[in-house]
Design a protein around this ligand. Sequence first.
Ligand SMILES: NC(=O)c1ccc[n+]([C@@H]2O[C@H](COP(=O)([O-])OP(=O)(O)OC[C@H]3O[C@@H](n4cnc5c(N)ncnc54)[C@H](OP(=O)(O)O)[C@@H]3O)[C@@H](O)[C@H]2O)c1
Length: 284
Amino acid sequence: MYVNLEPCSHWGKTPPCADLIISGGIPRVVIGCADPNPLVAGKGIRRLRDAGIRVDVGVAEEEAQRLNHAFITFQTLHRPRIILKWAQTRDGFMDKLRTPDTSAGVNWITDLKLKSLVHRWRAETDAILVGAGTVRNDDPELTTREWPGKSPLRIILDREGDSGTDYRVYDGSVPTWIYTASPPVETTDKVLFIPVNPPDQSVFNSLMDTLYQHKILTLLIEGGKETLEGFMRQGLWDEYRVFTGNRFFGQGIAAPPLPSQPELTYHFGNELLEIGYNCKHLAR
Ligand SMILES: NC(=O)c1ccc[n+]([C@@H]2O[C@H](COP(=O)([O-])OP(=O)(O)OC[C@H]3O[C@@H](n4cnc5c(N)ncnc54)[C@H](OP(=O)(O)O)[C@@H]3O)[C@@H](O)[C@H]2O)c1
């Protein structure tokens, strides 16, 4: 048997996998990587060996750890796997310049066909987060309406809490948490206001603790600039997915620099998707 993660040895939602392997009479098990969950952590391997099974551990270990990136991050760092996502123009802007005279609204950077790919990513994550500036300007829904699959939990960072609740993310169609220093009196079972104290650094610890407690394994950060840069400054990212559209704004809100060299590049016509990883905590 070949498995990318150590078979478990404890009762969780299901009985121990190691016992099933033993009772199935499988003579040899090849394991990609050990399970960092303290409830397992080598006990699964030991149980198999004690039953006389030949066990090889660490075969294609790096690949196996990457397959289990979210689980390992959750178990070792007690936070979700964090994916940063943004779109930038060829000349490096996330949006046009806002002046008191410009009206709010989205300035699309990439071909609208790529929207369904982003909605697919949303369907693959447990939670999605944006800053209040993005809510005020873009009024996003943050749902998976262009891809089959469940819309993730929506999380908004709104320090001042002065954005008002007249935006789509407050429509109650999907559970939404708003981190704010000034929660309004009214909350509903779908829209939850979570108080945070300025200065803003505190929001990261509080957010990571709450997500860990709620077993949120993956978090997609969809901007804007201040929010993305805040997560990068804290080292709170595991992957980035950055689109470069075939447009030029000339001036505007400068996109953050890529936090590392991209490992993967995809071309969609004249547009580009670059993906990079932060796997420091996966190294043995
Ligand atoms: N191209 C893209 O991929 C993309 C994606 C998203 C957005 N955008 C564009 O980016 C612009 C918005 O970017 P932005 O940088 O102005 O806004 P933003 O990051 O969306 O929101 C900034 C606000 O979020 C809150 N916030 C952020 N970090 C926080 C923290 N650590 N603790 C507490 N609150 C925090 C603050 O709320 P308060 O305001 O209450 O202090 C802050 O002012 C818009 O023009 C939007 O269209 C582009």
